[in-house]
Design a protein around this ligand. Structure first.
Ligand SMILES: Cc1ncc(C[n+]2csc(CCOP(=O)(O)OP(=O)(O)O)c2C)c(N)n1
Ligand SMILES: [Mg+2]
Length: 335
């Protein structure tokens, strides 16, 4: 298990390498989900499937700014969080297919990706229900005297739930080392933020809990990375919560079964012009850190890996029926 400290790269070569790694990570997330969408349409994936396409900079930027042993927890739009942590595409695709080789042994599906080795604590389907669990992770870190931070991601729709408020209050009262990252993609299913939320600057809600807060352009991976780096440095040193609102956009419907008739094609097309991957690619090319050819190669490699993960998932066995009732309650051997 790697517990590398994520400090800013010190030489120009290291900095360039770190940025290319971020680009590759976003390409992998995109390629994986495009392939997953295709497989869903072919009827190979059961249950719900929510894609993160368009939002990749939030996870890729924030993960680039933290340590591998910091805790991660999120809602059901969770593929990118697992992939970004280093869970293999094979294990992720197999999970979508409900196969025994999946990252949750095929018993979780799209909304319940877990990877204990990489401190990825899910994948949770009930809106906001994981936020108290997220502060539990932060509490554990503080209680044990570790300098770890918990990254707790949730959507703009989660901030109206009671669990969110209870968790925010305790996080501030107990000064827990947690970074709340609200992935504000403008919609909770078909409901636009302005139709459900009186205070549209969502991060200002931190004030109600005496919690520091900020907003960042969630389509700009460098902005996300730099903001998270600054905030996490302070959280690690001084143990406190912070509410970061990342303004982003999802290109696809809420889930695979959503025709997304509540927004115009023009709106989606305008947002796609700020695509986090092409924006970052163009920045790197104009700075001489990447060539067109290198980009195409990286994209091809990501797509190839995604295609291979389908073969892996297809060929993997179903979980045995004898496991049907396992993993519901904790047992000593699961400690
Ligand atoms: C407690 C609860 N209420 C309702 C739902 C149904 N539901 C699933 S996703 C969702 C919208 C959440 O939107 P948001 O938090 O903005 O996340 P996004 O899907 O945009 O990532 C709702 C209402 C649920 N899963 N849990
Ligand atoms: Mg949303």
């Amino acid at each position: 298990m790697s517990t590398r400290a994520e400090s800013p790269p010190s030489t120009p070569t290291q900095a360039a390498e770190a940025e290319l790694k971020i680009l590759r990570s976003m390409l992998e997330m995109r390629a994986f989900e495009e392939r997953a969408a295709q497989q869903y349409q072919m009827g190979k994936i059961g249950g719900f499937c929510h894609l993160y396409i368009g939002q990749e900079a939030v996870v890729a930027g924030s993960f680039a700014a933290v340590r591998d042993d910091d805790y991660v927890i999120t809602a059901y739009r969770d593929h990118a969080h697992a992939l970004g942590r280093g869970t293999s595409m094979n294990a992720c695709m197999a999970e979508l297919f409900g196969k025994a080789t999946g990252c949750s042994k095929g018993l979780g599906g799209s909304m319940h990706f877990f990877d204990k080795e990489r401190f990825m604590f899910g994948g949770h389907a009930i809106v906001a229900a994981h936020i108290p669990l997220g502060i539990g992770l932060a509490f554990a870190a503080k209680y044990r005297g570790e300098d770890r931070v918990a990254l707790c991601y949730f959507g703009d729709g989660a901030i109206h739930q009671g669990a969110y408020h209870e968790a925010f209050n305790l996080a501030s009262l107990w000064q827990l080392p947690v970074l709340f990252i609200c992935e504000n993609n403008g919609y909770a299913m078909g409901t636009a933020v302005h139709r459900s939320t009186a205070l549209e600057e969502l991060h200002h809600r931190g004030r109600g809990y005496d919690m520091s807060h900020s907003a960042v352009d969630g389509m700009d991976v460098r902005a996300v990375r730099d903001q998270v780096r600054n905030v996490v440095e302070d959280i690690r040193a001084n143990s406190h919560p912070h509410f970061l609102e990342a303004r982003t956009y999802r290109y696809r419907g809420h889930s695979m079964s959503d025709p997304a008739t509540y927004r115009t094609k023009q709106e989606v097309d305008t947002k796609k012009e700020q695509d986090p991957i092409t924006t970052f690619r163009d920045q790197l090319i104009s700075e001489g850190l990447l060539s067109d050819e290198q980009f195409t190669q990286a994209q091809k490699a990501a797509r190839q890996e995604a295609a291979e993960s389908v073969t892996f998932a297809d060929q993997s066995p179903d979980p045995p029926l004898s496991e049907l009732h396992d993993y519901t309650y904790a047992r000593p051997e699961h400690e």
